[in-house]
Design a protein around this ligand. Structure first.
Ligand code: SF4
Ligand code: MG
Length: 328
């Protein structure tokens, strides 16, 4: 709730703070047990920063993170370490997060050691079991990360996340670095594991195509803000925010009969250190109105959990909506 992460911008020899990059600026959302929430946006939109704040790999500047009724932002380091057993992360580049000098057995044993599994036999058995769970074999335990393909390394990254029997997995672009053919395998594996272990996923991606089939609900972020949240089907069938519409215009449509509204982005992503006033998307929005450069649109629930932050849907600018209805 109300999550913010502001990074100071320093200047000069004394490192005087001259401003802030609002990497995440007042973001609120929830994820239900057992579901997958996709979070989508271009690089620099704050999606990874949001994911890291949820498990306090980064401390929020402001805001609250509630997990199973427990407020995480005020936990002591020791209590937070215990809670991390229930919340694990899968990273984009498994190679960078797997120590090249350690065997897979050691890498997978580490979370167990951290969480107090003292018996080496118990650790080894669990490592072997989870290698099989992710489609590898016990004999892989003696090998080193460089002996695996990208897809296999991501399976190891997933196995490592599963070692502590977590409830929630935050996956930060887990398939972005993989070949398209391998992406589908890893996504299918993640879906199977979700059912088997009753996992809840927050699945971060930079394009809407990847999260389409895995997500129950999807949130779209732009320049540190959540601009639209909806159930998956609803979002793809009836995207409301012009930015979501633009992202969907870039996703290839399997059915050529299906008419898609093309919304093209104008210009580049603005500098996050100096974001546009009002709606931060107004510099690229084909539907911008006078109000857009002046007033920040709030994320408003229009019903059935479909929320959007855009003045086109603001009741007060009813006439503007009617005017634009022919266009959007
Ligand atoms: Fe476009 Fe205005 Fe909506 Fe922002 S608020 S997305 S600029 S129409
Ligand atoms: Mg990222």
């Amino acid at each position: 709730k109300g999550l913010k992460k502001y990074f100071p911008v320093k200047k000069g020899l004394l490192g005087r703070t001259v401003g802030h990059v609002k990497a995440v600026d007042d973001v609120s959302f929830h994820v239900n047990e057992g579901e997958t929430l996709g979070i989508v946006g271009e690089s620099g939109c704050g999606k990874s920063t949001t994911g890291r704040m949820l498990m306090r790999l980064l401390e929020p500047t402001e805001g609250s993170v509630e997990f199973n009724g427990k407020e995480l932002t005020t936990l002591s380091a020791d209590e937070m370490r215990k809670t991390r057993r229930d919340i694990q992360m899968v990273f984009q580049d498994p190679y960078a997060s797997l120590n090249p000098r350690h065997t897979i057995e050691r890498i997978l044993s580490e979370p167990l050691l951290v969480h107090g599994v003292k018996d080496p036999k118990e650790r080894r058995e669990k490592v072997h079991r989870f290698l099989e769970v992710v489609g590898l074999s016990a004999y892989h335990a003696r090998r080193y990360p460089h002996q695996f393909s990208g897809g296999q390394r991501q399976r190891i990254g997933i196995a490592r996340a599963l070692m502590t029997n977590p409830k929630l997995i935050i996956a930060d672009e887990p398939v972005s670095a993989l070949d398209v053919s391998i992406q589908a395998q890893v996504l299918n594996l993640m879906q199977d594991l979700q059912k088997e272990f009753n996992l809840t996923y927050i699945f971060i991606a930079h394009d809407l195509g990847v999260v389409r089939h895995i997500s129950d609900r999807v949130g779209v972020m732009y320049l540190g803000k959540m601009v639209e949240v909806a159930e998956s089907e609803q979002l793809y069938a009836k995207p409301l925010h012009p930015y979501t519409q633009a992202l969907l215009s870039a996703v290839p449509v399997p059915d050529p009969e299906h008419q898609k509204r093309e919304v093209l982005l104008e210009g580049d992503m603005p500098n996050p250190a100096n974001p546009p006033t009002g709606c931060t998307f107004h510099t690229r929005c084909p539907f911008k109105m006078d109000i857009c450069g002046q007033v920040v649109p709030q994320l408003v629930n229009l019903g059935e959990g479909h929320s959007v932050a855009c003045h086109l849907y603001n009741e007060e600018s009813d006439n503007d909506i009617k005017e634009k209805e022919g266009v959007i």
